[in-house]
Design a protein around this ligand. Structure first.
Ligand code: 2M8
Length: 420
């Protein structure tokens, strides 16, 4: 993997204020993409890493939410749903920039702390952490207060399959079956010009995605109203816990009290235990509308290894076992032994660099060199295409190419030591 090639991808996708996930398929700013991108940018472009996160937080809503997408209205025809769908300017409390009303996984405080650590002097000179801190506090408060799980206190819920970022994961299948496939919006699929239909969610899923998004938009994105889709996702909550730990480090750096953040991180970690599935050897998702667990092994359920907690060694064995790396060369997003596993279809089988990065970080945190070395091999194969995802068996590129978080995280793995 050549760092120069990866930097060239990030330079080409840079707009002047943020980095596009990919210039064709994803022509706007995406929330957790910016987090991962900043983590890679910090090593060679620390100014830009800070700018990446600041520009995202400029779109924060008054209730603290950081939106899933910040739209470039000049490219509204190139991706759907766009600004014309959300019309966020007409929603009370929406941020100053046109955006989606949904959210994405909270990797931002973790990213901010890692960005700071790569260039502490530059960060302090720019007042980076001092500016980020209150906004990150408000973001976590939004998730804690407005997105609290009904069934497991301490966990936050997602209200749309776009929110955990793993859109068509089998975790949501059962709940989506309860959602009407009758949106009133005419669905456009500009994404299919950039990735083949067999590698993107299908029409039936899109109809339900739209129906749910319309419902949320028409409620004014108000979280006090009952909503027909709500999940506690183990990956989303593991990132929240990890980001609470990062907020503790940020608070300490700013001379503030870190204790409440550490306490919150511990509370989320303890609450995650309700999602543990011993037979599968991983965490699963909780359908918070009906109060039941979805017994499917996905990379979302391995992600809490990131926290290096009591289950981390068991998660490492599962990751190396038959459902994942025991049968595939690159970490699959879904149980490779499942009947409906598909090595090409988006979040239903392919291997994603973001998830491999989370698992690698966990493997390194617990000193599991066997798992770490297998996952590191995936990053060595990222160049020169820097694909969005790969076939977990062959490593063949899938989805769009020159994908920013692939390039950014490949840099991070190439440059950063285990504790960076
Ligand atoms: C994918 O999600 C978008 C909707 O947000 C899409 O399917 O069009 C997911 O992979 C998500 O995790 C990612 O943030 C986004 C942009 O890369 O693309």
């Amino acid at each position: 993997m050549s760092v120069e090639q990866a930097l060239a991808v990030l330079d080409a996708n840079w707009t002047g204020t943020h980095t596009l996930p990919a210039t064709g398929l994803y022509p706007h700013q995406w929330s957790w993409d910016s987090g991962f991108i900043a983590i890679g940018l910090r090593h060679h472009r620390p100014d830009r890493a800070r700018r990446e996160l600041q520009s995202l937080l400029d779109a924060q809503w008054s209730d603290g939410r950081i939106p899933q997408i910040v739209y470039d209205v000049s490219r509204d025809d190139d991706y759907a749903p766009g600004d014309a769908f959300w019309r966020s300017r007409s929603i009370a409390g929406a941020g100053a920039l046109p955006s989606s009303g949904l959210v994405q996984p909270p990797n931002h405080a973790l990213a901010a702390w890692l960005v700071h650590q790569a260039d502490p002097a530059g960060s302090d000179r720019a007042g980076f952490l001092a500016a980020m801190h209150p906004r990150l506090i408000a973001w976590h408060a939004y998730l804690r207060e407005r997105r609290a799980s009904t069934h497991v206190p301490g966990l936050a819920v997602v209200k749309h399959p776009w929110e955990p970022g793993t859109d068509n994961s089998p975790l949501w299948d059962g709940a989506l079956a309860r959602v009407p496939a009758t949106p009133s919006t005419t669905i456009r699929r500009p994404d299919l010009a950039h990735a083949s239909a067999g590698e993107r969610p299908g029409g039936r899923e899109y109809a339900r995605f739209y129906w749910l998004a319309e419902r949320y938009r028409d409620l004014g994105c108000d979280d006090t109203a009952p909503f027909p889709f709500a999940f506690a996702c183990p990956m989303f909550n593991a990132l929240l816990a990890s980001s609470e730990r990062a907020l503790a480090a940020i608070a300490e750096h700013l001379g503030l009290e870190p204790g409440e953040h550490l306490e919150r991180a511990r509370a989320i970690e303890a609450a995650l235990e309700s999602l543990w599935h011993d037979e599968l050897g991983c965490y699963v998702a909780l359908d918070d509308v009906v109060g039941t667990l979805v017994a499917a092994a996905t990379v979302n359920g391995l992600a809490p290894i990131l926290l290096g907690g009591v289950r981390a060694r068991r998660l490492a064995s599962t990751a190396l076992g038959p459902r994942f790396l025991g049968s595939a060369r690159h970490l699959p997003s879904y149980d490779a032994t499942a009947e409906d596993f598909d090595p090409a279809l988006y979040w239903r089988g392919p291997s994603w660099f973001s998830m491999s990065w989370l698992v690698l970080r966990g493997a390194e945190a617990i000193g599991h060199s066997a798992l770490a070395s297998v996952v590191r091999r995936t990053f060595a194969r990222a160049a020169p295409a820097f694909p969005e995802y790969v076939d977990p068996f062959t490593g063949a590129p899938r989805g769009t190419r020159s994908f920013s978080w692939t390039a950014a995280l490949a840099i991070d793995v190439a440059v950063a030591g285990p504790d960076a």
